[in-house]
Structures are given as structure tokens and as C-alpha cells.
Design a protein around this ligand. Structure first.
Ligand code: TPU
Ligand code: MG
Length: 569
């Protein structure tokens, strides 16, 4: 620790706090308002700077890093940078990830001198970025005096860690190098808020009592389970085993309850559920929702919203029919309930009677034209305990959700925000934190075109990520919701593009597969390429899309088209 400064500047202070909360990589795009700050962050021996191709990608890379690391930082310049980074920050908000967005800003003297400045709206009000950031973060602060920086930085970071939401810290260009006091103990920032003991006990006994009066309980797992941290995932397994009931999982929570567990009954996604999970969820007379998120997408255009009263265990509170308990942490609640709840496996007995037989998947012969089903079959064979599978908005959602995750395999999806192109930078950010994992990305042609540049960072950092690009010549998910000429896109030579990112020293491979045999060979080549990313462009027929996407598209289109309700009707 001898290389840490004895005299602190605002930049040093921020750097030390980022390192202390477990950040090892910070994602940046430089600009003159943040250059001194970047120097200060670089000087911290525990932080590695990761440059990105643009601020949208930078924020999405940080979003992916937060999935792997629990918290992340994205550093950008004023307005031209920050306004692009707001998009990934919005994703972090919707997906419950503490991303710390840090922006450089104008010299503190300029506002009072009514100077017009570059990278601004051309007015002399420079508060707009802070005001905008307030809407998409849980805490937004702007440092105006160096001595205020420690208090504001600590406050913003603590809020983000507690709320599992992004925060925003703005630092003027002439304050990053200004002196401030040294940091106090980090526990003041990181210590969790524990459950209120009385509320915790009351919530658990209320839940036990409620469940004991019901005949057919089911647990439904949502994406906030993992975000809650705090051992909540392990506690849920204990609770599920104590209850003995069926456990269904929302698509955005795939993998948060082990798919090889005998109580796992599939992905509950209304009529496009896997393993008939919907039949058992709709049969239940008590639904314990754990970290669930119900949106138009996850409820298939509101057709799958459960119609019994819900018991919702959230990250920091529990709500039952007729009762609410604040300051109850999810992990603690699940563990506590596991010790008081009664065993009732009626929904498992029923599920075992109704569960569908495993589907026999036909293996294509090598010369067969490539199909969506054959791509899924080959990806399925690739999944192992070290795999993290990223699935992008588009038919990749539906294809990915149907795969079976072996023990240890992880699944990442951005279903709440749903930004096409998310998977490429997010997988890049994630891979930096988890170089030991085998990362596979399933992405459509349209999505890839949004953030393709970030493959060049995978090249730069020698990350052996496998990108399965499914080229169906357009925005098929949009076609299934509402078709028009706008859903057609310019075709690219994707394999060649990826090779172009190599410049003079890269190890990326770009391959194409039009037949089952070509895909098999390409996957083998990807596994052999351990020094850089491999993109496999899989060409399939434009009409080759999943039955699930078509069905889901019909219902989402109907929900979108609901006429305005008139008052009183
Ligand atoms: O499998 P497929 O063809 O559906 O996937 P592909 O080719 O990646 O197309 C995705 C099409 C799509 C759009 C244009 N999905 N959602 N959108 C709307 C959209 C627009 N802009 C952003 C940033 N995110 C979106 N989800
Ligand atoms: Mg497409």
C-alpha cells in the first residue's frame, strides 16, 4: 500500500474508494474534462483502466462488469460522453446493478463568468447533466468544492451499493487534482443495512402461517434474487427444499435456481414457458414471488400475469396479502422462513404427473442447411459448468431460454431494458472480471450492428469470447410484433469485419457457417482460439424463427395496440 498517496486529491480519493469497494477495472473514454481524473485513477495500483470505443459501449461494458463483479465504474467526459453513457446507466437501473457513472465537467469558474463552452448546449447553465442524471440513478452528486468531495463521493457510492442501482458523480476538470482529506474506514460506505429483527420475524411467521393455510404453493423466482446478494440464492435452495414445492423461474432469472434441481419446473413465461412451467404456476393457490419483475415482456403482453394474490419477497421488504414488512433483507428472510415453514410437495407431485417428455432433438447431417434448431443443438453441447451464456434481444432470447443449463453454467439477459447491442460490450466487461469462464454470446445481426466496435476491445484484451451471430437478415423480433420495411437491414460481411479489428496484432477469428457441418467445424476452431474472440456468422432462412417468438410477438403486439381507455370505462 506504500504507493498510495499520503496527500489526497479528489481524484485519489475517488480512486481509493473504487478500489476499496472491489472494483479492479474502470471503463473509460477520455475527454478534456476528465483527463486529470483519468491520470489519478491510473495512478492507483489496484485499478486497471479499460478504454472503450464509445461511451454507449463503455456504459454497457460497465453494466456487464457489474453483473460479474457486483459493482462497476464508467468514466466519461461532459455531455458528449455522458449523454451516451446514460443509456447503459438506464440499463443498470432497470437491471438493478450498481454502476458508478463518473463524468468530468467544466471548470468551476466558467458558470459564474457566463462563459460559453465546448461540449455543452451552448447556454451558460451547466446543471442540466446533473438534473438528467437524477432521473436515472439512485443518487446524483456534483462536486463544487474539493472539500465536499469525500462526503459526496461516499454518499453516492453507499446509496448505489445499498439500492443495487447506479449513481452519478460529477467532478469539475479543475477539481480532480485539488486537495481534499484522506478517506476514512470503508466500512462506513460498504456495511450493509441489516434486517429489522422484529420485522424479519414477523414477516417469516406471517409467511409460514399464510402458506400453512394453502394447499398448492409454488415459488416463482425473479431476477432480483441474484442482485440481492447476501447469500439469497443459497437461502432460496434451502427454503425450496424445506417447502418441497415446485420452483418456476422467470426468463430473466434463468440459472438463479439450479436447472438440475429436482424441484425446478421450468421457465415461467406464460404461453411460451419451458417444461410446462405455466401449468403448475397457474394451478397454484399460493405464489411466493422471490425478486420477481412482471413486465409486458415477461408476462407475454399481460396474458400471463398470475391472478391470485402474490406474496412478494423483495430485496429489502416483504409484502403479503394483507401485510407489509419493511427493512427485511431477502437472504435473511428466505433463511429464516426455511426454518419455520411446513413441508408441502403437492405441486411437485402434480408437476411430475403433467411434465412433458423430453423433446428428442434431431441431429442434422453435416451437409444439411443450417437451421435455428441445429444451432441451438450445437450450442447446447457446448455448455458446461464454466460457461456463461449471454443472450441478446431478438430470437436469441427465446432460443437461449430453452437451453438446459448444466450445474455451474450461468445465464445473462437484459430483459428489462432490452437494448439491442447490449450483449457485445456487456460480455466484454464481464469477461475481464471472469477470464476463467467460457463466454458464449448469442446475438442477432441487427443487434450486432449497434455495438460491433466493442469486439475490438475483446481483441485488445485477448479475450476468447465466442460470438454466435445468427444472421436472419433483419429485425425478426420486430417483424413478429409489427412488420414494415424498417425491419430490413443492410447485410454485412460480419466475419471479415471481425478480422479487420485485428489490425496488425490481433487474434480474432471470423468464420461463416451455412451448413450444420460448417458450424461444427467453426465451433471447433473457436475452442482452439484461446487468444482472442471468434465470431461465427450462422446464416439461416429469414423465416426460420422460434414458435415461441411468433406467439409472444402476437401477444405483445396486442398489448401495444390496446386503444386508449376513456375516463370512467
Ligand atoms: O433474432 P432477431 O432477428 O430478432 O435479432 P436482431 O437481428 O438482433 O434484431 C433485433 C431487432 C430489434 C429492434 C430494432 N429488437 N428490438 N428492437 C428495438 C430497439 C431499438 N433500439 C434499441 C437500442 N433497442 C431496441 N430493443
Ligand atoms: Mg436478425
Amino acid at each position: 500500500m506504500s504507493s498510495l498517496p499520503t496527500k489526497y486529491t479528489v481524484g485519489d480519493y475517488l480512486a481509493e474508494r473504487l478500489a476499496q469497494i472491489g472494483i479492479r477495472h474502470h471503463f473509460v473514454v477520455p475527454g478534456d474534462y476528465n483527463l486529470v481524473l483519468l491520470d489519478k485513477l491510473q495512478a492507483n495500483p489496484n485499478l486497471t483502466e479499460v478504454g472503450c470505443a464509445n461511451e454507449l459501449n463503455c456504459s454497457l461494458a460497465a453494466e456487464g462488469y457489474a453483473r460479474a463483479n457486483g459493482v462497476s465504474a464508467c468514466v466519461v467526459t461532459f455531455s458528449v460522453g455522458a449523454l451516451s453513457a446514460f443509456n447503459g446507466t438506464g440499463s443498470a437501473y432497470a437491471e438493478n446493478l450498481p454502476l458508478i457513472l463518473i463524468s468530468g465537467s467544466p471548470n468551476t469558474n466558467d458558470a459564474s463568468q457566463f462563459h460559453l463552452l465546448h461540449h455543452t448546449l451552448g447556454t451558460t447553465d451547466y446543471s442540466y447533466q446533473l438534473e438528467m442524471a437524477k432521473k436515472i440513478t439512485c443518487c446524483a452528486v456534483a462536486v463544487a468544492r474539493a472539500h465536499e468531495a469525500p462526503r459526496l463521493i461516499d454518499r453516492a457510492i453507499r446509496h448505489a451499493l445499498l439500492a443495487r442501482k447506479p449513481c452519478y458523480i460529477e467532478i469539475p476538470t479543475n477539481l480532480s487534482g485539488a486537495e481534499c482529506v484522506r478517506p476514512g474506514p470503508i466500512s462506513a460506505v460498504t456495511d450493509p443495512v441489516t434486517s429489522d429483527k422484529a420485522a424479519l420475524e414477523a414477516a417469516a411467521s406471517c409467511a409460514s402461517e399464510y402458506l400453512s393455510g394453502k394447499l398448492k404453493p409454488v415459488i416463482l423466482v425473479g431476477p432480483k434474487l441474484r442482485r440481492a446478494g447476501d447469500g439469497a440464492e443459497q437461502a432460496l435452495i434451502k427454503l425450496a427444499e424445506a417447502m418441497g414445492c415446485a420452483v418456476a423461474v422467470q426468463p430473466a432469472a434463468k440459472g438463479m435456481f439450479p436447472e438440475d434441481h429436482k424441484q425446478f419446473v421450468g421457465i415461467f413465461w406464460g404461453t411460451v414457458s419451458t417444461d410446462a412451467a405455466d401449468s403448475i404456476v397457474h394451478w397454484a393457490d399460493a405464489l411466493l414471488c422471490v425478486g420477481t419483475v412482471f413486465t409486458d415482456y415477461s408476462t407475454v403482453g399481460w396474458t400471463a400475469m398470475p391472478d391470485i394474490p402474490l406474496m412478494a419477497a423483495e430485496m429489502d421488504h416483504v409484502t403479503f396479502p394483507g401485510a407489509h414488512f419493511s427493512r427485511v433483507r431477502l437472504g435473511e428472510f428466505l433463511s429464516h422462513l426455511a426454518t419455520t415453514v411446513k413441508f408441502n410437495n403437492s405441486t411437485m407431485i402434480e408437476y411430475n404427473r403433467l411434465k412433458p417428455d423430453p423433446v428428442l432433438v434431431r441431429t442434422a447431417t453435416p451437409s444439411d442447411e443450417l437451421t435455428r434448431k441445429e444451432i441451438s443443438r450445437q450450442i447446447q453441447a457446448l455448455l458446461d459448468s464454466k460457461t456463461t451464456l449471454f443472450v441478446e434481444t431478438g430470437d436469441s432470447w427465446f432460443n437461449g431460454v430453452q437451453l438446459k443449463l448444466p450445474p455451474g453454467a450461468l445465464f445473462e439477459i437484459e430483459m428489462a431494458w432490452g437494448h439491442i447491442g447490449w450483449s457485445i460490450p456487456a460480455a466484454f466487461g464481464y469477461a475481464l472480471r471472469h477470464p476463467d469462464r467460457k463466454i458464449i454470446v448469442m446475438v442477432g445481426d441487427g443487434s450486432f450492428q449497434v455495438t460491433a466496435q466493442e469486439v475490438s476491445q475483446m481483441v485488445r484484451f485477448n479475450l476468447p469470447i465466442t460470438i454466435i451471430l445468427i444472421n436472419n437478415r433483419g429485425y425478426t423480433i420486430e417483424v413478429e410484433i409489427h412488420d414494415g420495411s424498417y425491419n430490413k437491414i443492410k447485410n454485412w460481411n460480419y466475419a471479415l469485419l471481425v478480422q479487420a479489428f485485428n489490425g496488425e496484432d490481433g487474434n480474432a477469428k471470423g468464420l461463416t457457417a451455412k451448413t450444420a457441418g460448417e458450424l461444427q467445424d467453426a465451433i471447433k476452431a473457436a475452442e482452439e482460439n484461446t487468444k482472442g474472440p471468434t465470431l461465427i456468422e450462422c446464416s439461416i432462412d429469414q423465416d426460420d424463427c422460434s414458435r415461441e417468438l411468433i406467439t409472444w410477438g402476437h401477444f405483445v403486439a396486442a398489448a401495444n395496440a390496446r386503444p386508449p381507455r376513456l375516463p370512467g370505462i
